[in-house]
Ligand binder design. Structure first.
Ligand SMILES: [Zn+2]
Length: 432
């Protein structure tokens, strides 16, 4: 009896795991090891370093066929095909706006509709931003608990987990094949004769790194610490920089740079990319710590976003009654972040308050009472976004708005620095 022997690859090459376990482990370890002493000591302890290192490959452990739903949901988090994503123009910062933008693009470009599917284009910067924000949130809570002399052990565990989890995606972001439609074999016109093999991805990130690259090759290539400005913008720039290495990777592959123990150029290339991941992870963890000290805005003024729908604008936290007419909603984007009073923010002090004008109509009706307006007090003490919350009618609401717009305040402060805040005030109308 003769069985039919199917020749299957012994190791099924995972299509897009993003560095193998060794690369992810190295990146997380090198980043943890290089954290500066400006971050809390617990994060630099040997135990934290061990945990962060262990967590490097963690999201790949969630990609087992034993948990198919989890795998399906998270696979697109590991990559982004920038050549497709960039067709959208400026990427929206929020995951669901991005999904909507991709589908909208497909509707207006039917030939691209099959490619322009969110799970095919990928969510790399979105998961990174979201995990980074979890880290920042936990760090903010750590600061609060520390300041209150409460137990910080539970939140320290959360911070270590988020830092390690974040490391996986930041590391994926330094692997050129995780940023491109050319993620596993060249597609389309191929004048340079690059490999079309579906082994290139796995060979580069796992096989070659396992065989030829060690931490001692990577560590010297880490960059000096850099300050992250806006983390979303800086991370997208990092991904685009990674993407600029795609063709070089194919060229080195063609020159057998990643075969066996590779060539010096191949080894340097892989080590440099791993070092870029470790450097960025270190800087992103530091940025989360620095920014966790910032006060919490009540809302952000929406920046002008081409193509963003108007309805996604900043929540006007308290919407004004309709009878207040056209005098509302200044939505002055020069105000910057607007904060709530409390949590260390000292409220503004009113220093100049001209009386509102009464109206003849209200006088005839002998109408008196108080109305409440909400407003934003800017860092220079001026009043903006004045809106009536509790109206009186008879023209008094409009007059109150006019008066409050002329109010002047000693601005609110956080750690002694002026900040814009949203607040409310009463305006009284009386007949005496
Ligand atoms: Zn990955």
């Amino acid at each position: 009896m003769l069985g039919v022997l199917l020749v299957l690859p012994v190791v099924a090459a995972p299509s897009s795991f993003g560095w193998g376990a060794k690369g992810h482990t190295m990146i997380n370890h090198l980043a943890a090891e290089s954290l500066p002493d400006t971050v809390p000591a617990f994060l630099r302890s040997p135990a934290a370093m061990d945990e962060i290192t262990y967590l490097g490959p963690e999201p790949d452990r969630w990609r087992s066929p034993a948990e198919p739903e989890l795998e399906a949901a998270q696979a697109p988090d590991h990559f982004i095909d920038l050549e497709l994503a960039d067709l959208l123009g400026t990427l929206p910062r929020e995951r669901y706006q991005y999904i909507a933008a991709i589908y909208a693009y497909g509707l207006t470009h039917p030939k691209m509709a099959s490619e322009m599917q969110p799970d095919r284009v990928g969510f790399q910067p979105y998961i990174t931003e979201e995990v980074w924000e979890r880290l920042k949130s936990a760090m903010r809570d750590y600061r609060r608990l520390s300041a209150a002399h409460q137990d910080t052990a539970p939140v320290e565990a959360a911070i270590i987990f988020y830092a390690g989890w974040l490391g996986h995606y930041v590391a994926d972001g330094s692997q050129p094949l995780h940023t491109t439609i050319q993620y596993n074999g060249w597609t389309g016109p191929n004048p340079n004769g690059y490999s079309t093999s579906h082994d290139i991805h796995w060979n580069f990130e796992s096989n070659f790194v396992n065989t030829a690259i060690n931490e001692s090759d990577v560590q010297p290539l880490m960059t000096p610490p850099q300050t992250i400005g806006d983390e979303w913008t800086d991370y997208l720039a990092y991904l685009h920089h990674t993407n600029s290495f795609v063709e070089q990777l194919y060229q080195l592959d063609k020159e057998h740079g990643f075969d066996g123990t590779g060539t010096p150029e191949g080894r340097h290339f892989a080590a440099e990319r791993l070092a870029a991941g470790a450097s960025m992870l270190r800087d992103m963890i530091v940025a989360a710590w620095v920014k966790s000290a910032e006060p919490v805005p009540e809302w952000r003024h929406e920046e002008a976003k081409p193509g963003a729908s108007a309805s996604s604008g900043p929540a006007t936290a308290v919407s004004a009654p309709e009878q207040t007419g056209p005098v509302i909603a200044e939505n002055d984007s020069t105000l910057g972040p607007v904060y709530k009073i409390g949590h260390g923010i000292v409220g503004p002090v009113l220093i100049y308050a001209p009386d509102p004008q009464y109206t003849d109509k209200a006088r005839r009706k002998k109408l008196s009472g108080e109305l409440i307006v909400s407003l934003v007090v800017a860092t220079d003490g001026s009043a903006h976004d004045v809106q009536v919350v509790k109206p009186l009618g008879m023209g008094l609401d409009e007059n109150a708005i006019k008066a409050v717009r002329q109010y002047r305040f000693k601005p609110a402060t956080y750690n002694g620095k002026p900040v814009a805040v949203k607040t409310s005030t009463e305006v009284e109308f009386g007949i005496y």
